[in-house]
Structure formats: structure tokens, C-alpha cells
Write a protein that binds this ligand. Structure first.
Ligand SMILES: Cc1ncc(COP(=O)(O)O)c(C=O)c1O
Length: 364
């Protein structure tokens, strides 16, 4: 017995680190906890835990349809949006086909591609941003491309592609290529020229937009994400979907969270004020960071990021070292609440004092 050859290219996922008694700012979770309306609902739904869920998640899709003005039959629910990335590869990649993605981006795109014997081709980024021209060149030089994974805003850089750049890519992508626009953090975007995938899916028949309840709604532990696309794409994804891929409690809690306007407002405000504060405090410490449109910030610590992360953890806060994303001297920090940022800055100061940093990392 031996596992399939494709498994040689697969690595087990390294999650953001969790240590007892240590503040976790390594996985871009919601610092306010779960939506209170979701908590209330999941307690009611616990009494239905003996029943199989609705495999088609009709109530949740209808509520999303109403909120996003996207027809319910153009929505699919996943066990987290991660699962939908795997479904995209299962449904659209033949062995040897290419999936294009960026050099510093979310690792599940490569995982899903390798799982189905596809080939990952990465494009160079410029100044921490996706380069639409690099994607277009790669589309020409890689005729076997069948998937493009675009993360917007991008994890881990927090940078974004604007509407014009996104549309240029969509217009020039050949019809046989499915573009997966991963908008896991889109609700945090406040740039006036940021795209909104819900407005794009009716115009582009080869676009799949992915979103999640893990971030803004604080439900990462329940595993609910969704995809939106034209019907032929949703139909193909439904064919590879497991019959009961999301649980009854998770579906009910996610549906309730969509009504939690107060929690959404507080989450966005916490993120905006936390971001303002971090820009000031990181700048004051001479640390280079990238402007972010997400709920995390990417910072150049000018030293080996793994050792830096280890010292941060010893000082009470876990952050994400970005060596596995190809960024050896960068870390990613979840934007926390005010108290969490207090703890972060304390740990950061202690860690900076204990770290020899390269001179070029210090901002002017
Ligand atoms: C860019 C991106 N997409 C998707 C996900 C996964 O979301 P989910 O929890 O819905 O699987 C994450 C999680 O951190 C992410 O960073």
C-alpha cells in the first residue's frame, strides 16, 4: 500500500499558533468573539443536533440571497471557504492542468491544486501587490491554465487589486479559465476603488467569488463559507460537494449572524481604529508595514521571522511568521481590540529590544 504520488507535493497545513495563556493574533480571527446573535441561535439549534442538516442549506442561501442581491441558486455553502477551493480544483482541474496564483498568498490554493494533480504556477508581486500584467503574461505562456486564484485583499500582505485591475484580468482571461476571487476579508475593505464580487458575477461567466463567516462574523470555529457564481459553475461544484458538508448548528448560526448589524458595525469600527493605532505605533518604532485593507497587517521586522515569532510568544503574543509565504523577515499581525493592541505593543517592544535587526529594515 502506498499513498498517491500527488501526496508527495502536499504538506500538512500549519495553522496560526495557539499556546495556552498566550494572546493569539496569528489567525486573523475576530477580536470581539462570535456574533452574539449567532451564539443565541446555536444554543437553540443544539437541540436539533440529532438530525441531519439540510445538505443544500436552503435557509442560509436564501438569507444570503436577500442580503447580497444574488439569486439563491447562484450560491453554494462550504465547510469554510477552504472547502470550496478544494471543490473548485475537484470540478475544474484535470491532471497536469495549471492553476495560477501569486507568489505570496494563501496556501490552500496550492494545496487544492496539488491534491488533484494540477501544477501550481506563481506570478511575481510588485511592492507586495498582485501584478495583473504578470497574471496576464502567465495566462499566455501557460495554455493549460484552468484556474486562477486571486486573493483580494491578499493574505498575508493586506494589499488589494482595484476594480479596474480586477476587471482587466477578468476580461482577458480565456473562457476556459475559472477565476476564483477569494474575498475572505472583503468586508473590511474601505478603499473607494475596491471591487465587490457580487457585482461582477453576472457579467463574468467564468468567475467564482468566495467569502466566509470566519472573519467579520467571528465564526471561524463553526466552518461556514460560501461561493457565488453563474449557475453552470455552481452546478459543477454541487456535483463534487459532500452531501452534508456543513452542520445544522453552523448553518443556523451563520444565518442569524447575517442579522447582527450591531456586531458587524462594532467589528468594522474596532478594525479601523486598531489599524489607525497600529500605523502610528509601528511607524513610531521605525517598522515598515504594508497599508492594509484587511483585519491584519504585514510588518517587516528585519530579522528571521521565525525567531522573532518565538520571542513574541515568550512575551505573551503569537503572531504569524511569514517564512512559509516566502517572506522571511515579515510577520502578520491580526488587528486586535484596544487591550489586545496594548499587549501586542508590550510584547513587540520586548522582542525588538532582544532582536538584532538588519539595518535596511528600518523605515526612514
Ligand atoms: C485568504 C483566505 N481565504 C480563505 C480563508 C479560509 O476561510 P474559511 O475559514 O472560510 O475556510 C482564509 C483563512 O484565514 C484566508 O486567509
Amino acid at each position: 500500500m502506498s499513498p498517491r504520488e500527488a501526496l508527495e507535493r502536499l504538506h500538512e497545513y500549519t495553522p496560526g499558533e495557539r499556546r495556552a495563556g498566550v494572546l493569539k493574533l496569528s489567525s486573523n480571527e475576530n477580536p470581539l468573539g462570535p456574533s452574539p446573535r449567532a451564539i443565541e441561535q446555536l444554543q437553540h439549534s443544539a437541540h436539533e443536533a440529532h438530525i441531519y442538516p439540510d445538505g443544500a442549506a436552503v435557509a442560509l442561501r436564501q438569507r444570503l440571497a436577500q442580503q447580497l442581491s444574488v439569486p439563491a441558486d447562484q450560491i453554494i455553502i462550504g465547510n469554510g471557504s477552504d472547502e470550496l477551493m478544494v471543490y473548485a480544483a475537484a470540478a475544474f482541474l484535470n491532471p497536469g492542468d495549471v492553476a495560477l496564483t501569486a507568489e505570496h498568498t494563501f496556501s490552500v490554493y496550492a494545496f487544492a491544486t496539488n491534491l488533484f494533480d494540477g501544477r501550481v504556477v506563481t506570478t511575481r508581486m510588485r511592492d507586495g501587490r498582485h501584478d495583473p500584467d504578470a497574471f496576464l503574461r502567465a495566462l499566455q505562456s501557460q495554455p493549460r491554465t484552468r484556474l486562477v486564484f486571486l486573493c483580494n485583499p491578499n493574505n498575508p500582505t493586506g494589499t488589494y487589486l482595484n476594480l479596474d485591475e480586477t476587471e482587466r484580468l477578468l476580461q482577458q482571461a480565456p473562457p476556459e479559465v475559472l477565476v476564483v476571487l477569494d474575498e475572505a476579508y472583503c468586508e473590511y475593505m474601505d478603499a473607494a476603488d475596491a471591487p465587490d464580487g457580487t457585482h461582477l458575477i453576472q457579467r463574468y461567466p467564468n468567475l467564482l467569488v468566495l467569502r466566509t463567516f470566519s472573519k467579520l462574523y467571528g465564526l471561524a470555529g463553526l466552518r461556514v463559507g460560501y461561493g457565488m457564481a453563474q449557475r453552470q459553475i455552481i452546478h459543477a461544484l454541487n456535483k463534487v460537494k459532500l452531501p452534508f458538508n456543513t452542520g445544522i448548528i453552523a448553518q443556523a448560526a451563520a444565518t442569524a449572524a447575517l442579522d447582527d448589524d450591531q456586531f458587524v458595525r462594532r467589528s468594522l469600527e474596532t478594525n479601523r481604529s486598531g489599524r489607525r493605532r497600529l500605523y502610528t505605533e509601528l511607524g513610531r518604532r521605525g517598522l515598515r508595514y504594508l497599508n492594509t485593507q484587511a483585519n491584519f497587517i504585514c510588518v517587516n521586522v528585519g530579522a528571521d521571522c521565525r525567531a522573532f515569532a518565538e520571542t513574541m510568544a515568550l512575551n505573551g503574543v503569537t503572531i504569524r511568521p511569514l517564512a512559509s509565504f516566502g517572506l522571511d523577515s515579515w510577520i502578520r499581525i491580526t488587528i486586535g481590540s484596544d487591550e489586545q493592541i496594548d499587549a501586542l505593543l508590550k510584547a513587540l517592544d520586548a522582542t525588538l529590544a532582544a532582536t538584532d535587526r538588519h539595518a535596511d529594515a528600518v523605515a526612514d
